[in-house]
Design a protein around this ligand. Structure first.
Ligand code: NDP
Ligand code: GDR
Length: 362
């Protein structure tokens, strides 16, 4: 039997790394697109090259960029993938307010470029396409909980760009008969989550505060509510969406929501740090038992338009894909906090030996 070939854009990101590992485990030949950076950006996937048992030459990287059609066409022509997972994006909502045009270019036009490449190369019948859609599409929520039929109301340049990507995927499915589908994934996290997303920012900072490497954590909207799951569980659904008889769009979520403040408390509990909250709004702060302020609000992190609450209803995925979220909230927080504590301990040892820690200081 010939092995299946997959192409992952955004392979160096959180989901790309988990998905590459999953597909290699399943026997796929996996190709990934990475962009050129001045420093290495392959930390999350280096182990896949280093362990020959995992990849035995079945993992190949190509330089390309979502803003550069020619690179995408060349790569797809060379790889002729059975499945494309389009995960690459400028994925930070707050940053999208600062770089709206670039965000639209990579997150809206990028998926269009991929879909057009499939058509230009005549691969409509061969190549299945997954688009990384997002709960951010619901934005100012019109229905609770949110499911596939809930109307969209995007609240950021990121979400507006992803709205285009969502509909262009649906359109190419309807217009050209492509097997193309949207995974509308709610927030999913892990120990390799980017350090500026709120969950990882919290686990990293509290671990460092516990060890005396950092004094304080500054956050924005503490009351924002999110439906947080584990990236490892969610990438399995990305794969399953491309294994169905016909292409459909699916919501993936846990169906439980917590606030940013509750995420802080859950992390503190794992790290054995008891915190007491005082004050309200921009004056809200958390103190440790010694009376030191360890968490403070910095309005710099407020967004011009916020998504206050998200809660998913993944009934369709439960019925058709057999989805059950495996990692409960507390376990997710524990895994992330323990990994960041280990990293902080390493930094402490490096410092104790008189070296400057190379990791960023949060
Ligand atoms: P990350 O930010 O961790 O990864 C994004 C990836 O895209 C990185 O590999 C990044 O490269 C790459 N990338 C960014 N811009 C370009 C570009 N112009 N050309 C080529 N590659 C580019 O995101 P996640 O892994 O968390 O998310 C994966 C996808 O799923 C994204 O599209 C995101 O918007 C979407 N999503 C994520 C959710 C989540 O909760 N994690 C929920 C719903 C949707 P580099 O490493 O060089 O930065
Ligand atoms: P989100 O994730 O915007 O939901 O997008 P993020 O972790 O950035 O924010 C979640 C909520 O926390 C609030 N918040 C802060 N956020 C950040 N980053 N930093 C802070 O200091 C802070 N303080 C409070 C935010 O205002 C927000 O309400 C993520 C990304 O992965 C998207 O790509 C993806 O599409 C969605 O999840 C689903």
């Amino acid at each position: 039997m010939t092995r299946k070939v997959a192409l992952i854009t955004g392979v160096t990101g959180q989901d790309g790394a988990y998905l590459a590992e999953l597909l290699l485990d399943k026997g796929y030949e996996v190709h990934g697109i990475k962009r050129r950076t001045s420093l290495f950006n392959t930390d999350r996937i280096d182990h896949l090259f280093q362990d020959p048992h995992v990849s035995d030459g079945r993992f190949v990287l190509h330089h390309g960029d979502m803003t550069d059609s020619s690179s995408l066409i060349h790569i797809i022509a060379k790889v002729r993938p059975d499945e494309i997972y389009n995960l690459a994006a400028q994925s930070h909502v707050a940053v999208s307010f600062e770089e709206p045009e670039y965000t639209a270019n990579s997150d809206a036009l990028g998926p269009l470029r991929m879909l057009e490449a499939i058509r230009i190369l005549g691969l409509e019948k061969k190549t299945r396409f997954y688009q990384a859609s997002t709960s951010e599409l619901y934005g100012l929520v019109q229905e609770v909980p949110q499911k596939e039929t809930t109307p969209f109301y995007p609240r950021s340049p990121y979400a507006v760009a992803k709205l285009y990507a969502y509909w262009i995927t649906v359109n190419y499915r309807e217009a050209y008969g492509l097997y193309a589908c949207n995974g509308i994934l709610f927030n999913h996290e892990s120990p390799v989550r980017g350090e500026t997303f709120v969950t990882r920012k919290i686990t990293q900072a509290l671990a460092r505060i516990k060890l005396g490497l950092q004094e304080r954590l500054y956050l924005g909207n503490l009351g924002a509510l999110r439906d947080w799951g584990h990236a490892r569980d969610y990438v399995e659904m990305q794969w399953l969406m491309l294994q169905q008889d016909r292409p459909e769009d699916f919501v993936i979520a846990t169906g439980v929501q917590y606030s940013v403040r509750e995420f802080v408390d859950a992390t503190a509990a794992v790290l054995g740090m008891k915190l007491e909250w005082k004050g309200e709004g921009v004056d809200e702060k958390a103190f440790d038992p010694a009376g030191r302020c360890v968490v403070e609000v910095d309005p710099r992190y407020f967004r011009p338009t916020e998504v206050q609450t998200l809660l998913g209803d993944a009934s369709k995925a439960r019925q058709k894909l057999g989805w059950t979220p495996r990692t409960p909230f507390k376990e997710l927080v524990r895994e992330m906090a323990e990994a960041d504590l280990k990293a902080a301990q390493f930094d402490l040892e490096v410092q104790a030996r008189g070296h400057k820690a190379l990791r960023n200081q949060g």
